[in-house]
Design a protein around this ligand. Sequence first.
Ligand SMILES: [Zn+2]
Ligand SMILES: [Zn+2]
Length: 287
Amino acid sequence: MARTSDLMLLGVRERELTRAVRAGEIVRLRQGVYALPNVPSAFRHAVEHGGVPACAEAARLHGLWVLQGADDHVWMGTAGGPHGGCTAEASPGETPACRVHWDDGAAITGELPPVHNVLLQLSQCESEETFFAAYESALRLSKISPAGIAWLWRHIVVSSRWLLDIAHSDADSGLESIVRLRLHRLGIRVRTQVGVPGVGEVDIVIGDRLLIECDGRENHERETQRHKDLIRDAAAAALGYETLRFDYALIVHDWPRVEAAIVAKVRDGAHLRALSPGIPDRKRRTA
Ligand SMILES: [Zn+2]
Ligand SMILES: [Zn+2]
């Protein structure tokens, strides 16, 4: 994507732009903004407003793990021009889904907002869980700098800062982030990414011996992985551990069933019985 003014500086003439648009080599998104024909639809929509993609869609485009969220939010930046509106808003009788964000920073045509802006926007529009999982994925993928984290801390509402406090950079998947956050709310303390001799690295461990595995794999991968998982569960059982294994559908769409299973095990004390030789303290983390 480029502004006409920038193209002119590079020596492109007006009539060349007109010819390229007619030939289908580029598209005119709005007055003064052109793009290649394959520009993502989120950018097309944002340009109609005079901004850039924001929030959940920008988080997806950054490669963060996003549980859910609208894909038509727009960031104008601090110095954003007048809000242009868009064709989605023009359709009669429909509530427009688009929302415009004005948080601090300079929106650059054709570029995504910085990750710290995107996370702030997510915290304003989506659930705590969606924000938390996206934030942990940003930490895991090193997509946010210490300065970005400090910026986010200053700008996020005070009542959400605790989410930054309990976030880890070692969550294997967004599913694991969500499970850990929900267990935290239930007052169940866990350790994450625990190396268990004879079993391997376990996503979440409750107490001494209750292992929680979150399976975020796609269906086609799951078939080939199933046998390995069964071997792993048998090895864990032989050492005195109990394993509860949940997939995306259970965690996201049937949480009461997952919660009932974990709470029943904890109430029964299944996590507390003594083990020999026990889980080592190495890499011990507490949420
Ligand atoms: Zn938003
Ligand atoms: Zn719109």
